[in-house]
Design a protein around this ligand. Structure first.
Ligand SMILES: [Zn+2]
Ligand SMILES: [Zn+2]
Length: 401
């Protein structure tokens, strides 16, 4: 592995920044302190800073010193934390009760800062680097969309965009790439089934919304097994069912809620159409009525072929083939980086966070070191790896011409 020596020398200060952010987690669109930390660092290095894009987002703009190159590259990190308590007891544990950096966005932000510092010191390129520090990736809040709607790509034109996320379980420092559909779309639905309420002992005078809802759950599963091409991937999971609150009353209404995941918009369109047909038609068979409310939170994350080839080659040249995984399996989670990739070519990769062995048993909660787990901690060993990758990617992008 060949880390940039200057970045390696900053390792301790990067760890300090990462742990400071970890200790002060902030939820979606409330990342004001984190944005302050980011903006102050960028300004210190002479990077042009723009605040308040997509509410709490920050963009740092760095122009190279070699001529007036028109090309531009964007690197993105997310800044938000999760609404959950932390079980770790180390010094940098969360100081905000019920808030935790359990997805490693503290690390993502710090890796990008490390790269920004190095690139600002040298500016040995021709063109512009846009450092995007995004709010609200978690919970369907779509900070990426908020930044785009706030004019991100109009104000800061980007020819290509790159992102990364740590991945527990993958060997620490391993960089994993995939072309095409890489993460799922995330969508939520409510189906409202309306019958006719009545006495539990007189079902013939009622239309039982619970019986219709029970049948509907089974029919919804046939949309996966019978209506979808078996080659396509989709998940439909019912996660909530609400109806009734008495032993002797047939409830007028039953509500079914859940999530749908797909790796393409075409499959999603078909799923939604089929669900609407079932939701509206099946209750009619029984004399009731039904309605589907379908919310598309994040589209599928689809990596661009050429940019993925390029990024994977940079990673291989820098770290060696043994540290790079091509064709990593798709991930069923969702990520709002997908909104950027709908507008601008780019690539999003996974960086291995290791199996949790980086944690000290004395202070860490020693439960699973998995994303969104209260025992999780970002692996500080990755900081110079991620920063080095970012710098080498930028250099290769401009050298590519
Ligand atoms: Zn997360
Ligand atoms: Zn995350």
């Amino acid at each position: 592995m060949s880390l940039i020596a200057e970045i390696e020398r900053e390792h301790e200060s990067l760890i300090a920044v990462r742990r400071d952010i970890h200790a002060h987690p902030e939820l979606a669109f409330q990342e004001t302190r984190t944005a302050d930390v980011v903006a102050q660092q960028l300004e210190k290095w002479g990077i042009e800073v723009h605040r308040g894009i997509g509410k709490t987002g920050v963009v740092g703009v760095l122009h190279g010193k070699k001529g007036n190159g028109k090309r531009s590259i964007a690197l993105r990190a997310d800044m938000d934390a999760l609404p959950m308590p932390e079980h770790n007891k180390f010094k940098h544990a969360s100081t905000n009760p019920g808030r935790m950096h359990a997805c490693g966005h503290d690390g993502h932000t710090t890796m990008l800062l490390g790269a920004a510092q190095h690139l600002a010191t040298h500016r040995d390129f021709e063109g512009t680097v846009n450092f995007i520090f995004q709010p609200a990736e978690e919970g369907g809040n779509a900070g990426a969309r908020a930044m785009i709607e706030d004019g991100l790509f109009d104000r800061f034109p980007c020819d290509e965009i790159y992102g990364m996320h740590n991945m527990p379980g993958l060997e620490a420092g391993m960089l994993a790439f995939r072309k095409g559909p890489t993460m799922a779309s995330s969508n939520r639905f409510d189906i409202i089934v309306r019958g006719v309420g009545g006495h539990a002992a007189q079902p013939h005078k009622a239309v039982d919304s619970i019986v219709i809802a029970a049948e509907m759950i089974g029919v919804l599963q046939t949309l996966i097994s019978r209506h979808k091409n078996p080659i396509d991937t989709a998940v439909l999971t019912v996660t909530q069912i609400h109806a009734g609150d008495a032993y002797n009353v047939i409830p007028h209404e039953a509500v079914i809620k859940g999530t749908v995941r797909t790796f393409s918009t075409e499959v999603l369109d078909a799923m939604e159409d089929n669900m609407r047909r079932v939701a509206e038609t099946l209750p009619k068979v029984h004399g009731g009525s039904g309605e589907l409310q379908f919310v598309r939170a994040y589209p599928p994350l689809v990596n661009w072929d050429a940019q993925t080839d390029f990024a994977a080659k940079v990673a291989t040249d820098v770290f060696g083939a043994s540290k790079v995984e091509l064709d990593t399996p798709p991930h069923g989670g969702a990520e709002d980086f997908s909104f950027y990739l709908e507008k601008v070519p780019g690539c999003y990769l996974f960086i291995g966070n290791g199996g949790g062995g980086h944690r000290e048993s004395k202070y860490h909660g020693m439960g699973p070191c998995e994303l969104h787990n209260p025992n999780y901690d970002f692996n500080d060993a990755l900081l110079p790896v991620g920063s080095t990758y970012w710098v080498k990617l930028v250099q290769a992008f401009f050298a590519r011409g």
